[in-house]
Design a protein around this ligand. Structure first.
Ligand SMILES: O=C(CO)[C@H](O)[C@H](O)COP(=O)(O)O
Length: 239
């Protein structure tokens, strides 16, 4: 099973202290930082772009920037984000005209490729060839555009559908995640947890990071222990 990864969303950070905020999260046990890039077209908000990411990359040695591109024309920014030090380039399937070519372009720049689906997009939009080529699949559990929204539990079945089709891939969830809502996502098969408000707004962010990580590890251990489905004769299927 892919490892539990916590990726705090910088949308909930103090943007005036972005480098220090990212460093604080890594020291607190986070492995990735979720960098929310919004262009005012794909979503009704503007955050930051490659110039800011470049400064963060320079100021935070070893950072893994999990860059979530909430932009139209995601093809346009691959080189800029790669040059800025992006480690993972996640684009929205709704915004991409040729997802396969885009994934190849991302890989060519030595970044991992992520494919995101918004709440109203079915998991089937990630076709077998796209899912097989991507490194990470992102199921949004809020409408992209701003932090602090209510978790949409109706999106969780899509996590289970994707986990069944792609057992080895990283599957990320993003939006309204906290120590209460994480469990349904982890049990459905998500291993990469994005949380903004719940981590940056906490009195003890390292404790929240650990709680989220524990939820994934516990769900994975439970899934591995579950006895295989048995047929009417008490014999395990497949034997
Ligand atoms: O991509 C996002 C919104 O578009 C944010 O990453 C997401 O909403 C996380 O914030 P929070 O944990 O506060 O819900």
């Amino acid at each position: 099973m892919p490892e539990a990864i916590i990726s705090p969303s910088v949308l909930a950070s103090d943007f005036g202290q972005l480098t220090a905020e990212c460093t604080r999260m890594l020291k607190g046990g986070a492995q990735w930082l979720h960098m929310d890039v919004m262009d005012g077209h794909f979503v009704p908000n503007i955050t930051m772009g490659a110039p800011v990411l470049k400064c963060v990359h320079k100021g935070v040695p070893g950072i893994f920037m999990d860059v979530h591109m909430m932009v139209s024309n995601p093809e346009r920014w691959v080189d800029d984000i790669a040059d800025a030090g992006g480690a993972l380039y996640c684009f929205h399937i709704e915004a991409a005209s040729d997802p396969i070519s885009l994934i190849h372009a991302i890989h060519k720049r030595n970044m991992k490729a992520g494919v995101a689906i918004s709440p109203d997009t079915p998991s089937s939009a990630i076709t077998d060839d796209i899912g097989a080529l991507a490194d990470m699949l992102l199921v949004m559990t809020v409408y992209p555009g701003r932090g602090g929204q209510k978790f949409l539990e109706r999106c969780v079945p899509k996590v289970a559908e994707l986990r069944a089709r792609f057992p080895e891939k990283d599957i990320e969830v993003d939006g309204g995640l906290n120590p209460k809502t994480v469990h349904v996502c982890a049990e459905a098969g998500s291993n990469v947890i994005v949380a903004g408000t719940a981590i940056f707004g906490a009195d003890d962010p390292p404790a929240v990071i650990q709680t989220l990580k524990d939820a994934v590890n516990t769900a994975q251990a439970k899934a591995q222990q579950q006895p295989k489905e048995k047929n009417g004769n008490g014999v395990e299927n497949g034997h």
